[in-house]
Design a protein around this ligand. Structure first.
Ligand SMILES: Cc1cc2nc3c(=O)[nH]c(=O)nc-3n(C[C@H](O)[C@H](O)[C@H](O)COP(=O)(O)OP(=O)(O)OC[C@H]3O[C@@H](n4cnc5c(N)ncnc54)[C@H](O)[C@@H]3O)c2cc1C
Length: 515
């Protein structure tokens, strides 16, 4: 019997034939062996919250889902320490699970958290080359244990030496060709465990915001932040958000504060939040980055950054203490001083995002979307069931401020033809590249809105590809468009897949051509 997939924020659904929820490696081997005989393809998910990229939906109909969320053990829980900062995890381990584990057992360590929700996975996100606040997660994951499409178990790097080897979980490369990369954005196999890098916390961890004085200063902001990243003056992925993105990020909690804490009616709270956002967000672009180190290192970095941006931007510094102090003070007098109320509301909405940038996962970004679409509760895992429609269409770019600005302006022009505004966050993810994370929002209960958003996304993709650029990560429903560029390259990928998965049994069409 065919069962429909659960709803999907992209508004594109696939039929699935079954759902497996294995709890062991042995069970998965059996699932793969059976699939080879039955020819029913498999689609592995870790937690399946790949919102905006396809969620749980495979690229083709009639796959069986292999839901790995029940395999959620931290396999070396007793060995993790400040001197052994590696977690060996199964696919079902979530951000909040690892966060709570470290808080309890090794608070000196943290990890590369993404802006998605508490309950998203680490392995699935990393395999789709997701990006956290500290960098691309690909850099954090190594030593994979994979079940290939032939049902064999392959361990990459020095995990091949066996778990008893002192090198098994510590050396990220191994000897010889590095196979890890073959299993990211490929679905050549099902990853059943992997090593995940943890990071030491530093005595000083602050968030800074550099805000250009003039809306035309985006190229300078991108170039400057890229240099700061290369010089390690800042220690995170700098985020540069446009006004629409910033407002959408702050709006819900501002309304909640005004409504719950200031006892304004919901309608008045919404009006006041809109007015306040206009006052607070004075410029089109605002950035956020993290500086970490000992007191002297952070002080020196702030001093240098201040000096180097003074001609075109201003600097704000946020610490937990400053934000808490500011909130206590302004909240205390909010009923007397309207300006204080606005500041208190702003701090209330910034706090979870400030903590997120420093390594505390949160559901707030997803709750913002549920709230925008009037979903009756704030349970992030229900996003796919809400009216919210979401498509990510995020080009990768070099760290060239002029070029990035030109592409973003071109994308905005395309979107305007479809009456879409773009919510954009420029993430400077490596020393030499950035991604313009761009989302289109629509009401997916409206077929007209869904079609319009998909047409808009398709034209945005054409625009990006015509410029000789590509997406950094692709939705499962656009694999044909993605693999039609550089066909010879995708033929090589197909040949590699043939080796690992000769029956094309694992996620056919996902990051590979069906032709
Ligand atoms: C508001 C919002 C904010 C977001 N912020 C971010 C962000 O900051 N950074 C970011 O990267 N994303 C972000 N996302 C996108 C997305 O929600 C996350 O990337 C999320 O972590 C992906 O879902 P998942 O972890 O459940 O992975 P899954 O959906 O389980 O898997 C993702 C992909 O990997 C494959 N896969 C999964 N597990 C395996 C396995 N064990 N073996 C082989 N293949 C596998 C799947 O087939 C799928 O293609 C955001 C989304 C929203 C709505």
């Amino acid at each position: 019997m065919l069962i429909n997939t659960t709803d999907n924020v992209t508004g594109k659904f696939r039929k699935i034939s079954a759902i497996y929820k294995p709890t062991s490696v042995g069970e998965i081997v059996k699932i793969v062996e059976d699939a080879r005989l039955s020819k029913i393809p498999l689609y592995p998910i870790s937690t399946g919250f790949n919102w905006g990229y396809g969620s749980k939906s495979p690229t083709i109909d009639n796959c069986a889902l292999v839901d790995l969320s029940k395999m959620n053990r931290i396999l070396n829980a007793n060995e993790i320490s400040i001197d052994n900062p590696i977690a060996v995890i199964e696919p079902g381990v979530t951000q909040i699970q690892l966060y709570e584990f470290l808080k309890k057992n090794c608070p000196a360590l943290t990890f590369n958290v993404t802006g998605s929700s508490n309950t998203t996975s680490i392995i699935g996100n990393s395999l789709d080359r997701g990006v956290g606040y500290f960098g691309p997660r690909k850099e954090d994951l190594f030593g994979l244990e994979v079940i290939t499409g032939t049902g064999e178990i392959l361990r990459t790097g020095f995990r091949r030496l066996g778990d008893a080897s002192p090198l098994a979980f510590s050396h990220p490369y191994g000897l010889g060709p590095i196979l890890d990369g073959l299993f990211f954005q490929s679905n050549f196999g099902i990853v059943v465990s992997a090593c995940f890098r943890l990071y030491p916390r530093r005595p000083q961890e602050i968030v800074i915001s550099i805000i250009p004085k003039n809306n035309n200063n985006l190229p300078a902001l991108i170039d400057t932040l890229s240099r700061f990243k290369r010089e390690q003056l800042i220690n995170s992925v700098p985020h540069i958000a446009n006004r629409a993105r910033t407002a959408a990020t702050l709006n819900m909690r501002m309304v909640q504060y005004l409504n719950h804490e200031c006892k304004l009616s919901y309608e008045i709270a919404k009006e006041q939040a809109a007015l306040a956002l206009n006052k607070i967000i004075k410029h089109e672009w605002a950035s956020l980055a993290v500086i970490k180190g000992n007191n002297k290192q952070v002080e020196a970095a702030v001093k240098e950054i201040k000096a180097r941006i003074k001609n075109f931007a201003s600097l704000r510094i946020y610490t937990e203490n400053r934000l808490n102090f500011g909130f206590t003070l302004t909240h205390h007098v909010q009923s007397l001083i309207p300006q204080a109320r606005i500041i208190a509301a702003a701090i209330y909405s910034i706090l979870p995002l400030h903590r997120l940038a420093l390594g505390t996962p949160t559901d707030v970004p997803v709750q913002n979307l549920l709230w925008k679409y009037n979903y009756p509760n704030s349970n992030a895992i229900e996003l796919d069931q809400s009216r919210c429609g979401l498509l990510f269409i995020s080009p990768a770019l070099p760290t060239d401020g002029m070029l990035a600005t030109e592409i973003i302006e071109g994308m905005k022009t395309v979107a305007a033809k479809f009456n879409h505004i773009l919510y954009i966050t420029i993430n400077i993810e490596t020393a030499t590249s950035l991604i313009a994370v761009t989302n289109l929002l629509f009401d997916k209960t409206s077929q007209a809105e869904t079609n319009n958003a998909h047409r808009c996304a398709a034209e945005l993709l054409e625009f990006i590809q015509e410029k000789g650029l590509e997406l950094y990560r692709a939705r499962s429903d656009i694999m044909e468009q993605v693999t039609s560029i550089s066909p010879a390259y995708w033929e090589t990928i197909a040949a590699l897949r043939q080796f690992f998965d000769p029956d094309n049994i694992i996620a056919p069409g996902r990051y590979n051509s069906l032709k």
